[in-house]
Design a protein around this ligand. Structure first.
Ligand code: M6P
Ligand code: ZN
Length: 189
């Protein structure tokens, strides 16, 4: 199953997706190994993920659906991942449902409290308001998942470099390991 296999019905009609493609060059500040990122960008700038977004209206109480396909691979020893964001306003929640692949979801508050959830087919994860969220593909297949959230929530990307999240997800001896971020900036209190 891929993101193009889904169709969104709203008001009795099929709705067109708004599509976004994220290449490594857009995310190079987020990965630890800048040398590995530069090399990969020079040799073709891989697509890390694609997102199709659908909106069921823009009013108070309306919902937006985002389907993401995060492709397998690594930058250095770090697995492919999304940028990660807070919502704006920050207290809007989101629900993720994984359809395909395997990965990790990092959830982190502004204070630096972090929890990790497994993304596996059938796993539904509630992302409470006030938690930044980043998805990491730790498997050999595309990680395909859906996020549902308020149509009135925007994205806040102030998590925008390699120092913000307290943990990184890397391959060690062929296995995914969630480890402390060696470049972690001092958390805000
Ligand atoms: C999910 C949703 C989207 C988000 C996308 C990519 O589909 O949370 O709202 O845009 O993942 O994540 P990011 O915006 O952090 O790159
Ligand atoms: Zn979100």
């Amino acid at each position: 199953m891929n993101i193009n296999d889904f169709r969104f019905w709203s008001g009795g009609a099929l709705t067109q997706a708004q599509k976004t493609t994220r290449r490594l060059s857009h995310l190079k500040n987020f990965f630890q190994d800048k040398g590995a990122a530069e090399e990969l960008i020079r040799s073709g700038d891989p697509v890390l993920y694609e997102v199709s977004e659908y909106e069921g209206g823009t009013g108070r109480g309306d919902l937006r659906v985002a389907l993401t396909s995060l492709y397998p691979g690594k930058v250095g020893r770090e697995y492919h991942m999304t940028k990660g964001h807070f919502h704006d306003p920050a207290d809007f929640a989101e629900l993720y449902l994984t359809f395909r692949g395997e990965g990790k979801l990092l959830l982190q508050s502004e204070r630096g409290d972090l929890v990790v959830a497994d993304m596996l087919p059938g796993n539904l994860v509630h992302i409470p308001g006030g938690m930044a969220h980043r998805t990491v593909n730790t498997g050999p297949e595309p990680l395909v998942f859906m996020g549902v959230y308020s149509a009135q929530a925007g994205h806040n990307y102030h998590v925008a470099d390699e120092t913000w999240f307290a943990k990184i997800v890397v391959e060690v001896d062929g296995q995914p390991v969630v480890m402390d971020n060696p470049h972690r900036a001092a958390p805000l209190h």
